[in-house]
Design a protein around this ligand. Sequence first.
Ligand code: G
Ligand code: G
Ligand code: MN
Ligand code: NA
Length: 253
Amino acid sequence: LLLENDLRIALELRQFHLAYQPLVDLEGGHLVGAEALLRWDHPQKGSIPPSEFIPLSEESGFILPLGEWVLRTACRQTKQWQEQGYPPLVMSVNLSIRQFRQHDLCERIEKVLEETGLEPQWLELEITESIMADVAFATAMLERLKKIGVRISIDDFGTGYSSLYYLKRFPIDKLKIDRSFVNDILTDRNDAAIVSGISAMARNLNLTVTAEGVESEGQVAFLREQRCQEAQGYFFSRPVPPEQFVSLFDAEK
Ligand code: G
Ligand code: G
Ligand code: MN
Ligand code: NA
């Protein structure tokens, strides 16, 4: 049984790490971004997946300090790669709804950017459709975030609140098509239609679109045909520790 106190101790003992998964531009085939994903290496229990500790973190409110640690660590890493001379990439960080609802979220983000020296255009916040439940609050918060200069993406697009209303109302930059739609694009005509439809819609709305969960060459070819801009998934790389991520930069040279 996991308790909130275990999470606090884990953070103090530096048992959390970030893994980074590349986002690839499908036309040119080059690295354009990374998604930061939390990992917990427990000395006795081994690796504990986010599905086991993110829900508890959200219920207990621990996601606030934990999420801020993720943000700071990811921004610092991005800046460090820039300083090492690697081509700049956009770092995506998952933002829980609890974080999104903090009234001082913008101040916290600005502080992290200032501390780490990362320019805002290199930070992308991944939010889910669940934030749309409160349209007035979400609109105001997204506009404040855009003023800072960070990017906003909708994660797991298509699985949530699913109102197209916000696509034209909200200042968002990117849709990330949930991997449940991408899995069977080669065999399921409905999934293929959904993915090509979202890609076309995103293009016409001037939004970037990323297909998640891309695992095969065939899926890549299909997505290219649909002029889907970006992809992410095991085909390119699993989420990896930073030491391993730099070899993806090096492979490009
Ligand atoms: O990396 P993995 O596929 O195991 O992630 C499982 C889930 O945990 C995903 O839905 C992902 O968005 C979530 N997750 C991973 N890292 C973070 C994080 O830093 N913050 C939040 N809020 N969720 C995360
Ligand atoms: O909900 P979110 O999109 O943040 O979740 C990202 C999760 O998806 C990560 O936990 C990551 O490990 C997982 N993931 C990334 N690429 C693939 C893939 O190609 N296949 C599968 N099954 N999962 C993936
Ligand atoms: Mn995500
Ligand atoms: Na997703």
